[in-house]
Write a new protein. Sequence first.
Length: 133
Amino acid sequence: MVDLLGGQIDVIFALLPECLPQVKSGKLRALAVTGASRHPLLPDMPTASEAEIKDLEFISWNGLMVSSGTPREIVAKANAQVTKITNSTAMKARIIELGFQPAAMGVSDSENFVRADIEPLAKVIREASIKAD
């Protein structure tokens, strides 16, 4: 972001919370959002698909993770509390204000979401034989 604002680079992919103040102030011009739908804070900003940038859909997400050995009943209880908080009117408004989009999921849906998000990247890593140093 510093290099973009300083003119050292011409374009970046950035998280909305990181660039939203600069977009709103006119210091940056956002070209598109990379999610499947427009963001409520930038309703006039097209998606990449709408801007005819095909096959580009990328989202960032946050999740609460626990050790794989955590008993399912504790996982379910924690998930219920996080869902309750996330779905509250005040929290939804704050999450959107920060540039994110609230989306509380059940445990199974969360597990499936993470697997689906990781698999395309894992495939590229396997096919390219990428190894950690």
